[in-house]
Design a binder for this molecule. Structure first.
Ligand code: SF4
Ligand code: SF4
Length: 106
């Protein structure tokens, strides 16, 4: 089983999750991070530190489309190393409908 990054991370990308992951399971895109389900050890540390509750267990069936997106983008994006918040992260932190802001390519 794995954890999944969901909509709340888009346009914020604060980075706490990347720093705590013991598996280097995060991959970073222009304004979002995803979890590689093949690397995740299901420890739950990232879920505990995310300031916007963007990370959910994959067992939450409501997040199934996000699980598929995480798996697909993890293959395309580089491993996240030192993820920093986006400049305007605070402005979007509590925006609940920002799926359309996801940038797939640099
Ligand atoms: S801690 Fe949350 S908001 Fe920050 S990069 Fe990770 S999932 Fe995104
Ligand atoms: S659950 Fe643990 S291993 Fe999986 S992505 Fe989060 S911190 Fe990394």
């Amino acid at each position: 089983m794995t954890f999944v990054v969901t909509e709340a991370c888009i346009a914020c990308r604060y980075g706490e999750c990347v720093a705590v992951c013991p598996q280097n399971a995060f991959h970073e895109g222009p304004n979002f991070v995803v979890i590689d389900p093949r690397a995740c050890a299901n420890c739950g540390l990232c879920e505990m530190v995310c300031p916007v509750q963007a990370i959910r267990p994959a067992a939450d069936l409501a997040q199934r489309d996000w699980l598929e997106l995480n798996a697909r983008l993890a293959v395309q994006w580089p491993v996240a190393v030192d993820t920093q918040p986006l400049a305007d992260a605070d402005a979007y932190a509590f925006d609940t409908a920002k799926r359309e802001r996801l940038i797939l390519q640099p």
